[in-house]
Design a protein around this ligand. Structure first.
Ligand SMILES: Nc1ncnc2c1ncn2[C@@H]1O[C@H](COP(=O)(O)OP(=O)(O)OP(=O)(O)O)[C@@H](O)[C@H]1O
Ligand SMILES: [Mg+2]
Length: 255
């Protein structure tokens, strides 16, 4: 039994296998995640990283294996169900609605219920903006007030990422999953996203993030799970490994 101090895992994935027709995307992958812990998924293109997180976020249903969330076995019919239980995922394309403003994006798909002829009244729009403001402030995300009311397509990549993270926090995600959060960002924005990850960690959010950037991985994660051809090639605590070893696990070279 894991001790209380070490923290019982908030998520436990055991023996997940996923096939797409003849493609074996995942074979018997297992790992655990505690609250406030950051787990990085590393691996070459096609290793199965995105498929693994999609099995956790309800996009895919695994063919075999078990997922336990807060100690209970779960099986999500779709992403909405996982999200309602506190598992938020930010995909690489972010799934922001480009033509809506920041407030509307924070509430996307979960707007305050008062609609009239399919339109949101001005007052709810103001409420959404106020709530979005509040959460951005909490995370120390700076977006010029004038930009808050503009479509999010006018924001930078880093600001868009921040809005997506803000949305997850507003809805009290307990697990935040991020697929390549810094891939499309410039260096200052990458640093900002790293900071946000550390801030969420301090709030005891459990985080899984995929990255091809080992610098990112070593900067923010506690552990690294390396996938290779759909299998767990190794799992290492950050303090007992280095870039070299992780690369070797990724490519399957002799250690
Ligand atoms: N919806 C799908 N239908 C068929 N095959 C798929 C599907 N999704 C993924 N695959 C296959 O499963 C394998 C794992 O893909 P996955 O997207 O999980 O890799 P990845 O590690 O995320 O790679 P990348 O770093 O390039 O994003 C690949 O062989 C891929 O072609
Ligand atoms: Mg992927």
């Amino acid at each position: 039994m894991p001790s209380e101090a070490a923290g019982a895992p908030i998520l436990s994935v055991q023996g997940i296998t996923k096939r797409f027709g003849g493609v074996q995307a995942l074979t018997q992958v297992s790992f655990e995640l505690a609250a406030g812990e950051v787990l990085a998924l590393a691996g070459d293109n096609g290793a199965g990283k995105s498929t693994l997180i999609k099995c956790i976020s309800g996009v895919h249903q695994p063919d075999e294996g078990e997922i336990r969330y807060k100690g209970q076995p779960v099986s999500f019919a779709g992403p909405r169900q996982a999200r309602d239980l506190g598992i938020e995922t930010i995909y690489q394309d972010l799934a922001l609605a480009d033509n809506l403003d920041v407030g509307a994006n924070v509430f996307l798909g979960r707007e305050p219920a008062r609609r009239y002829l399919g339109l949101l009244p001005a007052i709810d729009r103001r409420q959404m903006r106020a709530a979005a403001n509040e959460v951005l402030k909490q995370l120390e995300i700076e977006i010029a007030p004038a930009k808050l009311t503009k479509p999010v397509r006018t924001l930078s990549g880093g600001q868009r990422q921040a809005v997506a993270i803000g949305r997850a926090i507003y809805w009290q995600a307990e697990i935040l999953i991020m697929d390549e959060p810094t891939a499309a960002l410039g260096v200052p924005e990458q640093r900002k996203v790293r900071e946000l990850i550390m801030r969420l960690k301090a709030k005891r959010v459990a985080i899984i993030f995929i990255s091809h950037n080992l610098q990112d991985i070593f900067a923010v994660s506690d552990r690294i799970l390396v996938l290779r051809r759909g299998r767990a090639a190794g799992e290492r605590r950050i303090d007992v490994t280095d870039h070299d070893e992780i690369v070797k696990l990724m490519v399957g070279a002799d250690l």
